[in-house]
Design a protein around this ligand. Structure first.
Ligand code: REL
Ligand code: ZN
Length: 434
């Protein structure tokens, strides 16, 4: 293949990145079998887990945090906001953040990108027309349309053992919940490691004979619980999020649960473990989901865990910007550690650019640049559109530097790398065909 010129490199990278299929490594999205509240032909399930449509897009917790700031001068408080109906909440957010103010933030711009790509006008003064359009779509066709527009092939779910609503659905009938191969499952169980005291009564109520001091018999019961759920939901990996205060090693029952129950079960089933570290939950409880914040994690704890469990594959994302360099360097030391995504407060173009550049320079193509963390289906459209542009710019610069250094940069080289970064690295780690 002929060497590409500098301007041909830019075009080739932009095209390859915009056209590549994505495996989204971490989302909070679900297929319609988990229930949904709206849509043509739907039996409305108000507790349904599939969130989609204009009201959900606007009441995303990122935008709730923003309207609470924007409208604080009008006397809006979290209590007053949550006392409104969902329709009223969405109307308020539209008016305050999109009509009376310019939607300058990344989360606001995301709504603009999403509506435009769906063929809807983001300049409307009210939401009536948008609501009518969404009500006419069936969830199935909206999933197909959204995945097509976003260029996303696979949407990894988060299936939380401690979520009563979701657990009941799995206990009732698991088959339809794991029937759509576009939505692989993930077993998530934060409380086992972050809140053992509260996990104990829950596990007991589910028929697992555990105790607070975590006796050897209780460890066996935690293992039995995890194995039962792995059999029931068939996850592609296990996952947990941890606070910035999390440390390893430690005598803490949560850490013992990790090393004596979770990691042995992951090993037995050949499952990777994802650690999402750096979230302090509910710093502002009144704001509910919008009330979580960020803190710096202890990267040495991750290094020691990777050292002590060399056969275990760890996928790690950290919430604070300050941790990113140390994480990338730690990944150079431990081949069983893969950094993934620019999580939550880092999912902004300026930060994605800095982090992706750093990871590429330190790790080459051996990381997962992004995951969407979407909670609302159509967010896939903007999150991947915005991230792809940044990833293409960073990659393009790196190829240009390589070409200037004397390497023959070709189309097939670019296509191979882009495929790895957006799909193949995830598929390889989860041991699926690429
Ligand atoms: O999976 C998590 O723990 C977090 O990503 C979520 O709790 C968070 O609310 C999410 O919406 C962030 O993007
Ligand atoms: Zn998440």
């Amino acid at each position: 293949m002929p060497a590409l010129t500098p301007s041909a490199i830019t075009t080739a990278v932009e095209q390859a990145v915009s056209e590549a299929s994505v495996w989204d490594f971490h989302t909070h999205l679900y297929p319609p079998a988990f229930g949904t509240a709206i849509g043509r032909g739907v039996t409305a399930d108000p507790q349904g887990l599939l969130l989609w449509g204009i009201d959900e897009l606007l009441t995303y917790h990122y935008l709730i945090a923003e309207v609470l700031r924007e409208a604080a001068g009008d006397g809006l408080t979290a209590e007053r906001y949550y006392a409104l109906s969902k329709t009223e909440q969405a109307d308020l957010i539209w008016r305050k953040l999109f009509v009376e103010a310019t939607p300058l933030s990344e989360a606001c711009r995301g709504v603009v990108t999403t509506l435009t790509k769906l063929g809807l006008d983001p300049n409307e003064a009210t939401l009536d027309g948008h609501r009518r359009w969404f009500a006419e779509q069936s969830p199935e066709e909206q999933i197909d349309r959204t995945l097509e527009l976003a260029g996303v092939d696979t949407v990894t779910m988060t299936n939380d053992l401690f979520d009563d609503n979701e657990r009941q659905r799995w206990l009732a009938d698991p088959a339809p919940l794991r029937a759509d191969p576009r939505f692989p499952t993930v077993l998530r169980f934060d409380a086992l490691v972050t809140d053992w005291e509260h996990a104990v009564p829950r596990l007991k109520a589910w028929g697992y004979d555990v105790d607070r001091p975590l006796s050897a018999a209780a460890i066996d019961e935690v293992r039995r619980c995890l194995s039962d759920w792995i059999t029931r939901i068939g996850p592609v990996y296990c996952a947990m999020s941890l606070p910035p205060t999390w440390r390893y090693p430690s005598d803490d029952p949560g850490v013992r649960c990790l090393t004596e129950a979770i990691l042995p079960v992951c090993a037995e089933h050949g499952l990777p473990l994802a650690l999402m570290i750096g979230v302090t939950r509910q710093i502002n409880p009144a704001a509910r989901l919008a009330g979580d914040t960020v803190g710096s994690a202890d990267v040495e704890s991750i290094a020691l865990l990777c050292r002590d469990f060399p056969e275990q594959r760890f996928l790690v994302t950290l919430l604070s910007l300050e941790n990113q360099h140390e994480l990338a360097v730690t990944a150079r030391k431990f081949a069983n550690l893969t950094p993934f995504g620019c999580w939550w407060f880092l999912n902004n173009p300026s930060l994605i650019e800095e982090i992706t550049r750093m990871r590429l320079e330190l790790l080459g193509p051996t990381f997962i640049p992004q995951h969407s963390d979407c909670r609302v289906l159509e967010q896939l459209i903007y999150k991947w559109d915005h991230s792809r542009r940044v990833i293409a710019a960073v990659l393009g610069d790196q190829y240009a530097k390589l070409a200037a250094a004397g390497l023959v940069v070709t189309d097939s080289m670019i296509e191979r790398d882009v495929q790895r970064l957006l799909y193949g690295n995830v598929a390889g780690l989860l041991q699926k065909d690429t």
